[in-house]
Design a protein around this ligand. Structure first.
Ligand code: F6P
Length: 482
């Protein structure tokens, strides 16, 4: 196969390998993972004959490069050790908690760092092998922060972009990282480094100044080159979004609307349905929202006939200690609140530790009067945007944490500090009691924002910035101008 002009590199492939019932048989099938990134990049992958380099999502499975639904996929195998040390360890027990403002304590283990370097080299090698001369390579997220530099060393002819899907922390926290310089140098291998929020790009530039002493003038960073000269990298915000059309389309379908009514009825038609939809992650503030909801029930300000909280918490990173502990705490809380307040016909919290297909999620969004996004720290929070896009009736209330990236754009939501439980309770009451006129006055501008700034626009603007970086390069991969 000839080299690809456009290469995506992400920890996961856009498809998951689902083994047959009889796991030992080695048989199974590929299933498209529902992530937004696939939706955003699929058209581009097809029009450019692009390749996608990533992990198939299961340990110890070796696959050759293959085509799936018109996409050229390049699997990178991870052993059980790699999964434990690189994915669960360094990515999700060091970087994830550190970059989310140490909500959980990050663990710094040298053996995890070694595995992170080893696996990042493997991804860089795979990308270097499939990219055509002068191709564009787009690297994604915190699991692969060393790939831009490693790739540039192997292939200076490439134009390299990196997008960081999670927050980039303030210097006071970032500086804890024992490998803080190496990670910055890894990222600076990219020509364009994208962040969710302006504040993330600012934190990154400050870390660069403090630790590497490179000159920065937003959005530019002057980086020393391999040949003793300099080049200029761009680091700025490109807030990610969703495929708004597909949510609108689903929300208009009669079977989805019928399902929304069925969901309400199956909960005993409470006056109001409150909804939380998250990966089961300590960054999402699930405990905070349950605490506030539980106190409102205790105080008699609401009853289970007035309001039911539906909490979808999809399983995530289940072998990492902090996630196991969180699950225990949440399930204890749900059990206590339901035990105290449920009646035969109504429940306080309907807790679902499961993932659902998109049409079921849209039905839930349509059924929910109030959407609770109470993240303690979140890169963007696409669920907030999915809820808004689905509300084709311009009804419903979004309660949105100021610590989610989406708060920068979704300014007419009810904004909360989820640590402030009293104010969170007042805000939940305000949402429950909000008259329809105010709901739609707030919902309309939210929807405009999400529809006008969809994920296609996001990828276009990032790739335009990369194309601009590319046009300044001489054919051999050096900057014409420093
Ligand atoms: O939020 C960052 C992110 O990498 C998302 O892009 C992704 O959907 C999520 O975390 C899931 O992570 P994992 O691959 O660990 O299941």
């Amino acid at each position: 196969m000839s080299g690809s002009e456009f290469v995506v590199v992400a920890n996961r492939l856009p498809v998951d390998w689902v083994p047959d019932e009889d796991e030992g048989s080695g048989e199974g099938a590929w299933r498209v993972s529902p992530g937004g990134l696939v939706t955003a990049l699929e058209p581009l992958m097809r029009s450019t004959d692009g390749a996608w380099v990533g992990w198939p999502g299961k340990a110890d499975l070796e696959f050759d490069r293959f085509e799936f639904d018109g996409m050229d996929l390049v699997p990178v195998a991870l052993s059980a050790d790699d999964v434990e040390l690189y994915y669960e360890g360094f990515s999700n027990d060091t970087i994830w908690p550190l970059y989310h403002d140490v909500i959980a304590e990050p663990r710094y283990r040298r053996v995890w760092w070694d595995a992170y370097g080893r696996v990042n080299r493997r991804f860089a090698q795979a990308a270097a092998e499939v990219a055509a001369e002068g191709a564009t390579v787009w690297v994604h997220d915190y699991q692969l922060q060393l790939v831009p530099k490693l790739l540039r060393e192997k292939r200076p002819d490439l134009t390299i972009g990196y997008f960081h899907h999670i927050p980039f922390p303030a210097y006071g926290l970032y500086s804890q990282l024992p490998w803080r310089r190496q990670v910055l140098e890894g990222l600076l291998g990219a020509d364009v480094i994208g962040f969710q929020r302006v504040a993330d790009a600012g934190n990154f530039a400050r870390a660069i100044r403090r630790l590497l002493r490179y000159e920065t003038r937003a959005p530019h960073i002057v980086v020393p080159d391999a040949d003793g000269g300099t080049r200029t990298a761009v680091a700025r915000a490109f807030p990610i979004s969703i495929a708004a059309d597909s949510y609108i389309d689903l929300a208009q379908r009669p079977h989805v609307q019928a399902r929304a009514a069925e969901i309400r009825a199956s909960l005993g038609n409470p006056s109001k349905i409150l909804l939380g939809v998250d990966r089961l992650d300590y960054t999402k503030g699930i405990r905070h929202r349950m605490k506030a909801f539980g106190e409102l029930l205790h105080e008699g300000r609401i009853t289970v006939e007035d309001a039911t909280l539906v909490q979808v918490a999809s399983p995530s990173r289940e072998r990492v200690g902090a996630y196991m502990q969180l699950r225990d705490e949440i399930e204890l809380t749900v059990g206590r609140i339901n035990g105290d307040f449920d009646t035969m016909g109504h429940t306080a919290i309907r807790y679902l530790h499961q993932g659902y297909p998109r049409d079921e999620m849209v039905a839930l969004f349509l059924a929910a009067d109030v959407m609770l996004v109470t993240a303690l720290r979140d890169g963007m929070n696409l669920v907030a945007k999915e809820y808004v896009a689905s509300r084709i009736d311009n009804r419903g209330v979004l309660v949105l944490s100021e610590f989610a990236g989406a708060a920068d754009e979704l300014t007419s939501a009810l904004r909360v500090n989820p640590h402030d439980i009293d104010t969170l309770k007042e805000t939940i009451m305000q949402a429950i009691e909000m008259p329809p006129g105010e709901q739609s006055r707030r919902m309309r501008p939210l929807r405009r924002k999400v529809i006008d700034n969809d994920v296609a626009k996001w990828s276009r603007s990032f790739l335009d910035a990369l194309a601009a970086a590319r046009s300044q390069k001489s054919p051999r991969g050096r900057r014409a101008r420093a």
